[in-house]
Design a protein around this ligand. Structure first.
Ligand code: 9G3
Length: 577
C-alpha cells in the first residue's frame, strides 16, 4: 500500500476524551474514528490490525476442530423468553420492535441462538462432540462506554459453543479450548495469564479468563510466585492462617461492654480512641443485595470483594449503600453500626469469626462495644470468604507468596453445563436410544479489545509498538529522496520485492520532510522501518530499524529484501511454536 493514497491521517495532539493510552494512540494513529458514544469506525489501518487478530483466532479455532458459522445479530425475544433471560437483563440488552411489533434484541451474546440451532440439528450421540463458533459484532448498551475499543458498546467477538454427551466429555472440550486460547495469545506475541474466574450470571460452574498484563487493566489478578496458581481477585480463595483456628478458654473472653466513643465514625478513629488497631475492630458495612439491605462484616483492615459477596448471597446485584440510604433503610447510625442485635440480615467474612474481644459499633450514635466475641455475642446468617485477597495472603494451593497484577480480560471460557440445553430442550439420543440433555461450554474472545490491549501493553512515548503478528503492516519503507528518480526506482523495487516475499508493506511515498515520516512510522507502530535516502545514494545501503528496541542495521541494497523477509519470517516462526 502507498501511504500517499491510503486514508491515514495521524495527529500530534492527544484527544481530550481519550483517557487510556490505547484509545489515544488508536485515534492519533488514524486507526479508528468515533461515530458516537461507544461506536467506532475502523479506518483501513485499524481494520488491518483487527483482521490480523481475526485470522489468528480463526486458524487456531479451526485447528482445534471447531466449525465456523455465522448467526444473525438481531435475535427474536422468544428465544430469550425460553431461557428466562429476557427479563433477567436490564437496559444493557438493547431491545426493539420490528414493523410487525414483534420484540427483538441486538445480540450481546448467542447462547440462545446456538442452542436453538443445536436442538434442531443435533439428535444423536454420534454427532457429538461439536464446537461451533462465529466471529461477529456484538452489542451491549453499556451505561458509560469508555476507553475506546476497550469498552465499546459494539465490538467484534469470537464466540464459540461446545456440545457434549456428558460433563467429563465437556471438560475435554473445555481443555481443548483452553489450549487453543493459549496458542492464540502466544501467537499474538502478548504477555498474558489464564486465571480462574467467577462465572457470573452466565451460569455453569467453572471458568477461566485470559488476561493481557497491563497496569492500566481494569481487572486484578493474583498469581503465586511458587506454583502455577492464578486467579481473578474476584474468585481468588483466601485461606485463613493456621493460628486462626485456635480456640481460647472462655475465661479469656471479656464481657461485651458499651463505651462512649464520640466522633469516631471510622475504623481508624475508633481504634485510635480505644488504643487498639484496625485488626481489633469489626467493620460493618451496609450493602444492597438486589435492593435488600444486608450488613456485611469484615475485619477493620480488610476490604469486601463484592463478587464474592454476590456469590455468597446468590444475588444478581450487590452494591455498597450510600450513607443516607443505609440510614433510611436500617435506621442505624452510620459509623456506629455493629453486629450485636442488628435488626437486618448479617453475613460475615470467615476471618471475623476468629476475632476475640473485638471492638464493634454499638448501633447507637457515639457508642461502640468492646469485648465482642463472635458466636457468643452475634451469629451471622452466613459466613464465607468475602474479602479482597492481598499480597500478604498465602497461595491457597501451595502456601507460596502471592503477587497482584493488573490485567485486561481479552478472553473468557466457561463450562456452561445444561443451563441453556435444559431450558430450551436441546437433547440427543444416547447409545441406548435414551434422551439425554447436551452439556455445553462457551468460549469468547474480544477481538477488537485484543487490539486495544496489545497497544496498552506495547507502546512508548513515540506511539504504538505493534506486536508483529498484529501489525497492520510488517514493514514500512520511507522514501527520503522523492525528488530523486533513482531513489524512487530503488524504493519501488524494494517495495515490490518485499511484497513478492509475502510481506505486508507500506511505502511512504509522500512529499513530506524526513522528520515527519520518521514520527509517523513510530506513531503507527510498524515493526520494521526501512530508510532509503542519502546513505543509499552514496553507499548503496539502506537502514532497517526495529521499532520495538530501536536497533538499526545497514544492509547492502541487493540483500535488503531477502534479509528483511527472513527477519520477519523468523520472528513470526518463533511465536508459532
Ligand atoms: C446480555 C447482556 C450482556 C451480557 C450477557 C447477556 C455478558 C452475557 C456473559 C457472556 C458469556 C459468554 C459466549 C461467549 C463468551 C462469553 N454480558 N454475558 O451473557 F444479555 Cl446485555 O456473554 N457468551
Amino acid at each position: 500500500m502507498r501511504y500517499s493514497q491510503m486514508l491515514i491521517r495521524t495527529a500530534k495532539e492527544v484527544p481530550a476524551e481519550a483517557e487510556v493510552i490505547s484509545h489515544q494512540l488508536l485515534l492519533r494513529a488514524g486507526c479508528i474514528r468515533k461515530l458516537t458514544s461507544g461506536l467506532y469506525t475502523y479506518l483501513p489501518l485499524g481494520l488491518a490490525a483487527l483482521k490480523k487478530m481475526e485470522a489468528i483466532v480463526r486458524e487456531e479455532m479451526n485447528r482445534a476442530g471447531a466449525q465456523e458459522l455465522l448467526m444473525p445479530m438481531v435475535q427474536p425475544a422468544d428465544l430469550w423468553e425460553e431461557s428466562g433471560r429476557w427479563t433477567q437483563y436490564g437496559p444493557e440488552l438493547l431491545r426493539f420492535q420490528d414493523r410487525h411489533n414483534r420484540d427483538y434484541c441486538l445480540g450481546p451474546t448467542h447462547e440462545e441462538v446456538i442452542t436453538d440451532i443445536a436442538r434442531r440439528e443435533l439428535h444423536s450421540y454420534r454427532q457429538l462432540p461439536v464446537n461451533l463458533y462465529q466471529i461477529q459484532t456484538k452489542f451491549r448498551d453499556e451505561i458509560r462506554p469508555r476507553f475506546g475499543l476497550m469498552r465499546g458498546r459494539e465490538f467484534l467477538m469470537k464466540d464459540a459453543y461446545s456440545f457434549d454427551v456428558s460433563d467429563e466429555a465437556a471438560s475435554q472440550s473445555y481443555q481443548t479450548m483452553h489450549n487453543a486460547y493459549t496458542r492464540i495469545f502466544q501467537r499474538c506475541g502478548l504477555e498474558f495469564r489464564a486465571v480462574e474466574a467467577d462465572s457470573g450470571s452466565i451460569g455453569g460452574s467453572f471458568s477461566h479468563e485470559f488476561m493481557v498484563l497491563a497496569e492500566t487493566g481494569e481487572d486484578t489478578l493474583v498469581t503465586c510466585r511458587e506454583c502455577e496458581y492464578a486467579a481473578n481477585v474476584e474468585k481468588a480463595k483466601v485461606v485463613l492462617p493456621d493460628t486462626a483456628s485456635k480456640t481460647v478458654p472462655a475465661t479469656e473472653l471479656n464481657d461485651c461492654t458499651k463505651v462512649e466513643t464520640p466522633g469516631t465514625k471510622t475504623v481508624d478513629r475508633v481504634a485510635e480512641f480505644l488504643q487498639v488497631t484496625a485488626k481489633d475492630v469489626i467493620k460493618t458495612m451496609i450493602y444492597l443485595a438486589d435492593d435488600e439491605p444486608v450488613a456485611v462484616l469484615v475485619r477493620g483492615d480488610r476490604e469486601v470483594q463484592s463478587v464474592k459477596l454476590k456469590k455468597l448471597l446468590d444475588a444478581n446485584e450487590v452494591e455498597l449503600a450510600e450513607n443516607d440510604t443505609a440510614w433510611k433503610l436500617t435506621k442505624l447510625p452510620v459509623g456506629y453500626i455493629g453486629p450485636v442485635n442488628i435488626p437486618i440480615k448479617m453475613v460475615a467474612d470467615q476471618e471475623v469469626m476468629t476475632m476475640i474481644n473485638a471492638v464493634a459499633g454499638a448501633n447507637e450514635k457515639g457508642h461502640h462495644l468492646t469485648g465482642v466475641n463472635p458466636g457468643r455475642d452475634f451469629s451471622p446468617a452466613a459466613v464465607g470468604d468475602l474479602r479482597q485477597i492481598t499480597e500478604m495472603d498465602c497461595c491457597p494451593v501451595c502456601k507460596g507468596s502471592l503477587e497482584l497484577t493488573e490485567g485486561i480480560e481479552v478472553g473468557h471460557i466457561f463450562k456452561l453445563g445444561t443451563k441453556y440445553s435444559e431450558a430450551m430442550h436441546a437433547v440427543y439420543q444416547d447409545q441406548e436410544g435414551k434422551e439425554q440433555t447436551m452439556v455445553m461450554g462457551c468460549y469468547g474472545i474480544g477481538i477488537s479489545r485484543v487490539v486495544a490491549a496489545a497497544i496498552e501493553q506495547n507502546h512508548d512515548e513515540n506511539g504504538i509498538i505493534f506486536p508483529l503478528p498484529l501489525a497492520p503492516f510488517q514493514v514500512i519503507i520511507l522514501n527520503l529522496g522523492i525528488k530523486n528518480d533513482e531513489t524512487c526506482a530503488a524504493t519501488e523495487k524494494l517495495y515490490q520485492d518485499l511484497r513478492g516475499a509475502g510481506l505486508d508493506v507500506l511505502l511512504d511515498d509522500r512529499d513530506e520532510r524526513p522528520g515527519s515520516k520518521f514520527k509517523d512510522a513510530d506513531l503507527i507502530g510498524i515493526p520494521y522501518r526501512i530508510t532509503v535516502g542519502k546513505t543509499w545514494e552514496k553507499e548503496g545501503k539502506v537502514e532497517v530499524r526495529t521499532r520495538r528496541d530501536g536497533s538499526t542495521s545497514l544492509l547492502a541494497y541487493e540483500q535488503a529484501a531477502s534479509t528483511i523477509a527472513t527477519m520477519v519470517q523468523d520472528e513470526l516462526a518463533a511465536l508459532n511454536q
